[in-house]
Design a protein around this ligand. Structure first.
Ligand code: PXP
Length: 252
């Protein structure tokens, strides 16, 4: 079983800052607190409309952090140029629609194989670890492998939502789909990540899946920070991930 890393997404610190056009709260300060509390890496999504993270945030995160920076981006020439200038540790390619509130689904690699393979090749060549954000779907996983991505991140949003809504039947089916996809990807020697919608309630079932090497968690942690502080929220999430892995090791 691989070690399970925690990537903390700090986008919504920037959302709060931008709501008032002020300089605070500062996403870099949040990133440093998250790292001190046990985050293994920091994730930030520079969207085309710059609704939260800005170019200057990416520059500051890259300059000041001493943990891996995961740059979430759409596969566009503008973002590719920024990634190749900043040279983050990793890039996670995500689908992006201007009207969506958050990344609603995974990439359709099958429908965009040649375009995406071009972006993957350019990022690989620059030494940036590329991951593709997709639904838990075997055909998409196989396509990710075919176009040369070393990492896949599975979209956990539907599962987490079903769990929050107490829809046990849907949650159980969704979790099984995620488990099967994680096994399939690992057999293809892809590094498997998961993210979207993860909360204190949903983190343990996901962290129990042994193939996952990294979870990326943002909105819930920043929300919880309003009540208990960011340090405590990250520590509690890290603790739950550790508990899940310890329980899993006993079963195995
Ligand atoms: N992983 C990816 C690829 C994402 O796009 C997001 C949302 O930006 C996350 C993880 C984190 O999701 P959440 O903010 O719901 O925890």
């Amino acid at each position: 079983m691989s070690k399970l890393r925690l990537g903390v997404n700090i986008d919504h610190v920037a959302t709060v800052r931008n709501a008032r056009g002020a300089d605070y709260p500062d996403p870099l300060r949040a990133a440093k607190i998250a790292v001190a509390a046990g985050a293994d890496g920091i994730t930030a999504h520079l969207r085309e409309d710059r609704r939260h993270i800005r170019d200057s945030d990416m520059d500051a995160l890259k300059k000041e952090l001493n943990v891996p920076l995961n740059f979430e981006m759409a596969a566009t020439d503008e973002m590719l140029e920024i990634a190749l200038r900043i040279l983050p540790h990793a890039c996670c390619l995500v689908p992006e629609k201007r009207e969506e509130r958050t990344t609603e689904g995974g990439l359709d690699i099958l429908a965009n194989e040649s375009t995406l393979s071009d972006y993957v090749a350019k990022l690989n060549k620059a030494g940036i670890r590329v991951s593709l954000f997709i639904e838990a779907d075997e055909a998409q996983i196989e396509a990710a492998k075919r176009i040369g991505a070393p990492v896949v991140e599975l979209h956990t949003g539907a599962y987490c939502h079903a769990l929050e809504m107490d829809d046990a039947k849907k949650a159980s089916a969704d979790l099984q789909r995620i488990q099967d996809a994680a096994s399939h990807g690992a057999k293809l020697e892809l590094e498997m990540h998961a993210g979207h919608g993860i909360t204190f309630k949903s983190v343990k079932p996901i962290a129990m899946i042994p193939e996952f090497a990294e979870l990326n968690i943002g909105h819930f942690l920043i929300s919880e920070a309003v009540f208990i502080g960011l340090d405590a929220a990250v520590r509690q999430m890290r603790g739950l991930m550790n508990e899940a892995r310890a329980q899993r090791a006993k079963i195995a």
